[in-house]
Write a protein that binds this ligand. Structure first.
Ligand code: BGP
Length: 467
């Protein structure tokens, strides 16, 4: 028997400014660290990406035609404030008003992320979120957005705080390429959660219309075996990557259990952390008035005990089997042979999403409501004469939708889903061969082609039956 979704369940598509817009230097946009970093690497750049800067009417028309109710997108901070603060670039402000007007015209609801991996370069070079001055700049930028873009009624403060912290300071696959610095990781996590809280409080104090939340990347961590040491390794990985952020979001401080594990990780890396007590005042206030949790979930991990030095193998090319992940003081993430993976070694395990949703309901009963803000399958899609038969993506989606449907039946409030991604976009650390879109993008001509999955998605959106 086929499962269903609630009638009012939102079916959306997700994008991010830097990955979709292109036009990285057009109309007064300020630089981001990625611009220079990618040029130096020489592998690929984010120009023109999917040219959303010019193609947004085409993409929004596709949303309408394929029954995509909502577009998750982000505002590029450096289009508005080229230097991160101070002088305003009116062309950038006007651009987003045009995009939102087009959303309105096509009946597509914008879900807007304020920060999606693209801090203006001046602030990034000055320490990004390790520097508490930049928290002030972020909060002012967020406030500017609430005041200016009244046509937006769904706001996310940040996209994926944990990947920001770890890709920048643990695995080093994002600029500034710092590796294994756990002190910076935890500082970044905390400062961003404090910044998030302050933005939420401003939104609520200002009585702006709509909902505000945060988007966390949440990838369940299971022990690889029942061995006590593996159980402990998984608990530590979970504490840093999941509990730390959910505690901050919904309790406004870190629970003793979480901090014991996080302190153990820090101690193993010869460091420690102290927080400013006053930060928790803003965080506790925000915890009671956060409207929703955005969940990005692609995969799950199995963790075993690891006693050696930290070492990372990052698969950014889609050469299957090239990744490894071993972190001193945490553990080693290992593949389970019986669980399928994509070419980038990401496990395909829809049960993980179900477990995660249940866990949130149990551990954070004040979570409000959940939107799945990203989920999808990275795949080297086969393009033949305009036809893309992406059955593995459909199968992936079906599994995850079934998990969501089961979780809803078990009492979890999940109000919508945004597939990553609406159309093929630029992938930060993988470039252009890792495709996720419902719409195939020929990056040379910028022509869009609906994949088989787009027709599947349309059917599910219309009927709410998971076929
Ligand atoms: C999330 C990001 C997205 C997107 C996605 C897919 O971490 O929020 O911006 O990139 O992952 O990841 P990737 O492009 O690395 O496959």
């Amino acid at each position: 028997e086929m499962r269903t979704l609630p009638k009012d369940f939102i079916m959306g598509g997700a994008t991010a400014a830097y990955q979709a817009e292109g036009a990285t230097k057009l109309d007064g946009k300020g630089l981001v660290a990625w611009d220079t970093w990618l040029e130096e690497k020489g592998r690929y750049t984010a120009d023109p990406a999917s040219d959303f800067y010019h193609q947004y009417p085409v993409d929004l028309k596709l949303c309408r035609d394929f029954k995509i109710d909502s577009l998750r997108m982000s505002i590029a901070w450096s289009r508005i404030f080229p230097n991160g603060f101070g002088e305003i670039n009116q062309a950038g402000v006007d651009y987003y008003h045009r995009v939102f007007a087009e959303c309105e015209k096509q009946g597509v609801v914008p879900f807007v992320t304020i920060h999606h991996f693209d801090t203006p370069k001046t602030l990034f070079d000055n320490g990004d979120f390790l520097n508490r001055e930049n928290v002030e700049h972020f909060v002012n930028y967020a406030k500017f957005c609430f005041e200016e873009f009244k046509e937006v009624h769904y706001w996310s403060t940040f996209n994926e705080i944990y990947p920001v912290a770890t890709n920048q300071y643990l695995t080093g696959v994002f600029p500034p390429e710092i590796k294994f610095n756990l002190e910076k990781v935890v500082t970044c996590l905390h400062n961003m959660m404090w910044a998030h809280a302050r933005a939420v409080n401003i939104f609520k104090e200002g009585n702006y219309e709509g909902e505000i939340g945060v988007v966390h990347s949440l990838e369940p961590k299971y022990p690889f075996s029942e061995d006590e040491k593996d159980v402990h390794a998984a608990a530590k990985d979970d504490a840093l990557s999941i509990a730390f952020l959910l505690d901050a979001t919904y309790k406004g401080r870190y629970s003793e259990k979480t901090m014991t594990l996080v302190n153990e990780i820090l101690a193993a890396n010869n460091t420690s952390i102290e927080f400013e007590e006053s930060d928790f005042v803003a965080m506790e206030k925000a915890a009671t008035q956060t409207d929703f949790l955005g969940i990005n979930n692609y995969q799950s991990h199995w963790v075993q005990n690891y006693d050696g030095e930290s070492e990372i193998g990052f698969n950014g090319t889609g050469e299957k089997g090239t990744s490894y992940y071993r972190i001193k003081g945490i553990g080693e993430r290992v593949q389970r042979e019986d669980i399928p993976k994509n070419d980038w070694d990401w496990s395909i395990y829809p049960e993980g999403l179900f477990d995660l949703l249940i866990r949130i309901k149990e551990d954070y009963p004040n979570y409000g409501k959940i939107y799945i803000t990203e989920n999808g399958l990275g795949f080297k899609d086969d393009f033949s004469d305009g036809v893309i038969m992406d059955d593995s993506r459909i199968e992936y989606l079906r599994g995850n939708f079934n998990s969501i449907s089961k979780a809803i039946d078990a009492g979890v409030t999940v109000k919508g889903y945004f597939i990553w991604s609406l159309m093929d976009v630029f992938s930060w650390a993988n470039g252009y061969n890792k495709r996720y879109g419902l719409f195939y993008v020929d990056f040379k001509t910028q022509k869009r082609y609906p994949k088989e999955s787009a027709y599947w998605y349309k059917f599910v959106s219309e009927t709410k039956v998971i076929i």
